[in-house]
Design a protein around this ligand. Structure first.
Ligand SMILES: Nc1ncnc2c1ncn2[C@@H]1O[C@H](COP(=O)(O)OP(=O)(O)OP(=O)(O)O)[C@@H](O)[C@H]1O
Length: 685
């Protein structure tokens, strides 16, 4: 019987669920047997009751999955409801996702011919989707599935959108959706909406993910990922570090990761890139990446156990909710319930200097000759060169931009993804929903319980968790993940963090945690930010080496090396009172003291500047008075004899103005002094 002739039943009784093979934010995926057809399938089970206002989104996902027809896209055989669950029956992809494959066997990433083959297959699916007006919006290794023969299919249309949408649906393309590390800058920025070029960016990030085993910035909390994506030069393959990869691969990545979406190639054009000459057959994939892998269910259980272990290790750090949310982040789930307050909190904890210290390779300056050829047929220009250079922001700009972080965030139309999903439309309208081609059958009255069963022995796979409770448990877990508000980098945890040397934490995990908490181990971090935001609204960077910028804002820049001891002793504040020059002891009261340091430094510099201004003004006034006196000494009191350029009245009015501004500056100086005194008092107390 050919695939198209097979009729997959719309009744849960006709399926036997085996082990769990995947878990997303909204669903659990099982390997299953379709009894009448005698075929192993995958069934994605979504609890509709727990999806709240997301039903529309789910309906569209299923609709897309049923209507699409391309060998590289995961198409649903059928879907139906069973009790309060929606079952989506699809081909079983025994290799699992590329993410799972890498986690199990290639933690450092895949070989280039494998990457070329995988990306080639994915790109063909994108060409099809884009041709049909769809943006996938969630291209990543976790959504690239491989079957037992090595065939590659792009999955998960949960957040896809249609370019032809209008009205509210069109506006959904202005929403913040996807997974942060893979998200294109224009999707984050929310300025002009975005189009299918957003998928090209995610495709480029996926290429890096396959090359390194993880996406760029994946170790950072989402807020920081946003910042880095927006403010740093696009990530790329490094000439030195990624020596094992070819020039054409580097060029392909660079072509996709251009910040200006207009300068990114279309999927069709990208398909002609000479990198894909390295692509091989899918047999090659099955030989190279699938051979020797244990069954998907086993791998999934192992990965899940590792994650659980990792979370148990860190229970002290997170509340239960945060644990689950963290788990979601580790897995790279698609759906982020971005919460404005959380984002702001995260922004508040980001240390400016961290941004300049990104370990991920930034393209700028490293691939100087990577644009010699652009990897496309000769007629294609390579506009990315200029763009990449422009994209690398000056450190000053980064700092200035950080000052506006709160404003930028306020401008983000951030909603919970659950609420957003209702807007994630595919290119249907209500009539299309009733189209005869649509095989979505809702049977709200059926109250069938799914049969979950251990696999039959002849299938040679070990049974996974296989009772009805497992189903419920799996679903409730995914629900928990989706409903959580993320609260990363809660400052209060910083002091408590003591990594356990015990079981289960691999290097990557440890590294992840260390990075996550690095800013907090720096005791003055969070307070520093609040002070500079609330009190002075200027950027300051502390804990900087000698000569590093200690205050930078507007157009002036002062480094710690610029401050002479004389300046300090002349300062309106007694320097010794506020421990300038590292006299702050590391005991706990000095944590507060240290946190005042940048503020005091700021006031101190303000005072110096004002002093300079006053001296200049005084000099100016003196000169004017001298010239007036000299004119007077000339013995000529006749007003007509006063130099024409300076009439006496003009001089007098200038003098008055100058006196007024001196007065204002003196007042300002007094105010600053008062502030200093208050801060000093606080400091002493
Ligand atoms: N047909 C399939 N065959 C094998 N495994 C599958 C199949 N479909 C999905 N999976 C596995 O289940 C996981 C979750 O599925 P899916 O991505 O569809 O759920 P989701 O809730 O939309 O997830 P996400 O968090 O990415 O939005 C996938 O990452 C994959 O590992």
């Amino acid at each position: 019987m050919s695939e198209s002739e097979k009729r997959f039943p719309l009744n849960a009784q006709d399926y036997v669920l085996y082990e769990e093979v995947g878990e997303g934010v909204s669903a659990t995926v099982y390997r299953a047997l379709c009894v009448p057809v005698d075929e192993i399938v995958a069934i994605k089970v979504l609890d509709l009751e727990k999806c709240n206002n997301d039903l529309d989104g789910i309906r569209r996902e299923v609709q897309t999955m049923t209507l699409i027809n391309h060998p590289n896209l995961l198409r649903a055989h059928c879907s139906f409801t069973s009790g309060h669950n929606l079952w989506v029956v699809m081909p079983y992809m025994a290799g699992g996702s590329c993410l799972h494959i890498m986690k199990s066997a290639f933690p450092e990433g895949l070989e280039e011919p494998v990457i070329a083959t995988l990306l080639h297959e994915v790109l063909k699916s994108l060409v099809y989707l884009h041709d049909h007006g769809h943006i996938h919006r969630d291209v990543k290794a976790g959504n690239i599935l491989v079957d037992s023969s090595g065939a590659v299919k792009l999955a998960d249309f949960g957040v896809s959108a249609c370019m032809f949408d209008t009205g509210d649906r069109q506006r959904s393309r202005n929403t913040f959706v996807g997974t942060p590390c893979w998200m294109a800058p224009e999707v984050m920025q929310q300025l002009h909406g975005y189009d299918f070029k957003a998928d090209i960016w995610s495709f480029g990030i996926t290429a890096l993910e396959l090359a390194h085993g993880h996406a760029p910035f994946s170790k950072y909390p989402p807020m920081k990922v946003l910042l880095m994506t927006l403010q740093n030069a696009p990530p790329g393959l490094d000439y030195e570090r990624d020596r094992r990869f070819s020039k054409s691969f580097k060029e392909l990545v660079a072509a996709c990761l251009v910040k200006d979406p207009k300068k990114r190639p279309s999927s069709e054009k990208l398909l002609k890139h000479h990198f894909f000459k390295h692509a091989r057959s899918v047999d090659y994939l099955s030989r190279t990446i699938l051979e020797g892998l244990s069954p998907l269910g086993d791998r999934f259980r192992t990965i899940k156990a590792k994650e659980a272990d990792f979370l148990v290790q860190n229970k002290a750090l997170y509340g239960d909710k945060e644990q689950l949310s963290q788990q979601g982040y580790i897995r790279g789930i698609s759906s982020w319930n971005f919460n404005l307050e959380d984002l702001k909190n995260q922004a508040a904890l980001i240390q400016d200097y961290d941004i300049s210290n990104i370990e991920e390779s930034s393209v700028s300056g490293k691939l100087s000759d990577r644009h010699d050829e652009d990897g496309f047929p000769a007629e294609n220009p390579s506009p990315e060169i200029v763009d990449q250079a422009e994209a690398a922001p000056h450190f000053q700009d980064v700092l200035d931009d950080n000052n506006n972080m709160e404003d930028s965030l306020a401008a983000f139309p951030i909603k919970s993804l659950q609420a957003l999903k209702g807007c994630f439309d595919v290119c249907d309208d209500d009539e299309a929903t009733a189209s005869p081609t649509l095989k979505v059958f809702l049977q709200p009255d059926t109250e069938q319980q799914p049969r979950i069963q251990s696999p039959r022995k002849d299938e040679g796979q070990e049974a996974g968790r296989s009772d009805i409770e497992n189903l419920g448990e799996g679903i409730s877990q995914s629900r928990q993940v989706s409903c959580l508000q993320r609260n990363f980098l809660s400052g209060s945890l910083a002091q408590d963090y003591a990594p356990s040397p015990e079981k289960g934490l691999n290097d990557a995990d440890r590294d992840h945690l260390q990075r996550r908490y690095q800013p907090q181990r720096n005791f003055s971090g969070p307070l520093q930010y609040h002070l500079k935001k609330d009190t002075f609204n200027c950027a300051s960077v502390e804990d900087a080496p000698e000569g590093a910028v200690i205050q930078q804002g507007g157009r002036f820049k002062l480094t710690s090396a610029d401050l002479s001891p004389e300046d300090i002793s002349n300062a309106p504040l007694n320097a010794s009172n506020w421990g300038y020059g590292g006299s702050v002891s590391p005991s706990s009261p000095s944590i507060a003291a240290a946190s005042f340091l940048p503020s005091l430094q700021y006031i101190f510099q303000q005072n110096i500047m004002q002093k300079e201004e006053i001296s200049k003004l005084i000099k100016c006034v003196e000169q004017l008075s001298v010239s007036t006196t000299e004119s007077g000494k000339g013995g000529n009191n006749d007003p007509s004899q006063i130099p024409t350029a300076y009439g006496e009245r003009e001089l007098q009015s200038q003098l008055i103005q100058l006196q007024q501004s001196v007065g204002r500056l003196v007042e300002e100086l007094q105010r600053q002094k008062m502030k200093n005194v208050q801060l000093e008092k606080k400091l002493n107390s």
